[in-house]
Design a protein around this ligand. Structure first.
Ligand SMILES: NC(=O)c1ccc[n+]([C@@H]2O[C@H](COP(=O)([O-])OP(=O)(O)OC[C@H]3O[C@@H](n4cnc5c(N)ncnc54)[C@H](OP(=O)(O)O)[C@@H]3O)[C@@H](O)[C@H]2O)c1
Length: 311
């Protein structure tokens, strides 16, 4: 391909953006960069390199992180300008630092695909998108990067989401495009966290109380048996259906659980909240119209329509 001509007729030096477009037309693998080199970047980057994306630059604040990145085959720098020739930049920083990271990267070329994988709320992602250079991707990680490396499942939204999936799926990344606006992927991540982190918190409260009461082994085995008894989708449908039918009596049982947890010397943060939630359903839906085996969607619709707006 011939280089663009400058006004004086000589071949002009290619800019980073023109080099990028030449590369993308030639089908060359994208050159990638990372802002931040913590747990995610250091577990995703080696898999991407092994999958053929060998040209990696990392921008990290601490020498120790730069040394680790260099040890894994990347070029490392403390200067954000080192990412100026990248086709794709991953911002892999704590959620509350994502807006700062986008601001610090604002001077990168407008052709860059800026993939923000931080865990941030939808408004935060939209703020980062306003400041970030190039084409923004709101990417949310649904799993552990430590366990799954670059194959950890991601949801992606924003103007660059489809391009992101097109570029990285062939290299083994698992990307579901969920929308065109920044914030849509973040919403999925954070509402999923209500469940996943809530389950984690339930394990903490229930199992510490169980240990204090000397029944941990039996409770652990019984919980495992409950979770293993049926497919997760059936468990969700069963729990939501029986919640509608039995919330009133469960409120009483959970209030007793909360009292027992408290007597064990532990703040009954979740068991008390569970009792409150059960009582709320019983008060709002005193005569649930539940026939047969409602699906998850049907039970949730009834709850949604009955619980009102608490803002
Ligand atoms: N770890 C996982 O498996 C996982 C799963 C799902 C989602 N996530 C999300 O992915 C994001 C990254 O997670 P992580 O586990 O890699 O975090 P981490 O281990 O804490 O690493 C964060 C990196 O960001 C850098 N950083 C912090 N503030 C910065 C700023 N203002 N500008 C530039 N760099 C900055 C840190 O540098 P310093 O060391 O200098 O502070 C560090 O290198 C987070 O939003 C996290 O919630 C992680």
């Amino acid at each position: 391909m011939s280089r663009p001509r400058s006004p004086n007729g000589r071949a002009s030096s290619p800019t980073p953006a023109s080099r990028r477009s030449e590369r993308s037309m030639s089908g060359a693998p994208p050159r990638i960069g990372f802002i931040g080199f913590g747990e995610v970047a250091s577990h995703v980057m080696p898999g991407l390199r092994a999958a053929g994306l060998t040209d990696v630059t990392v921008c990290a604040r601490r020498q120790e992180a730069r040394d680790r990145a260099a040890g894994l085959g990347a070029t490392a720098s403390a200067d954000i300008a080192a990412l100026a020739d990248r086709d794709v930049v991953f911002a892999s920083v704590p959620g509350l630092a994502a807006v700062d990271a986008a601001r610090s990267a604002a001077g990168l070329p407008s052709s860059v695909l800026y993939v923000d994988v931080s865990s941030l709320d939808p408004a935060g992602k939209r703020a980062a998108a306003e400041l970030a250079p190039g084409v923004f991707v709101d990417a949310a990680i649904l799993g552990s990067a430590v366990e799954r490396g670059h194959r950890v499942p991601l949801v992606a939204s924003g103007p660059g989401a489809a391009r992101f999936a097109e570029l990285f799926t062939p290299h083994g990344m698992v990307i579901s495009v969920v929308g065109e606006r920044p914030g849509e992927a973040a919403a999925i991540k954070l509402v999923r966290s209500v469940f996943v982190k809530g389950l984690e918190a339930l394990y903490v409260e229930a199992f510490v109380a169980a240990r204090r009461l000397g029944v941990l082994d039996t409770v652990e085995a019984s919980v495992a048996e409950f979770l293993d008894a049926r497919p997760a989708k059936d468990t969700a449908a069963m729990l939501l259906r029986s919640h509608l039918l039995h919330a009133a009596r469960r409120a009483e049982e959970c209030a007793l659980s909360a009292r027992m947890v408290e007597e064990s010397g532990l703040d009954p943060l979740l068991s008390a909240a569970t009792a409150t939630l059960m009582a709320r359903t019983a008060a709002r839906i005193p005569h649930p119209d539940v026939e047969g085996r409602p699906t998850v969607a049907q039970s949730v619709a009834l709850l949604d329509e009955s619980l009102g707006d608490h803002r």
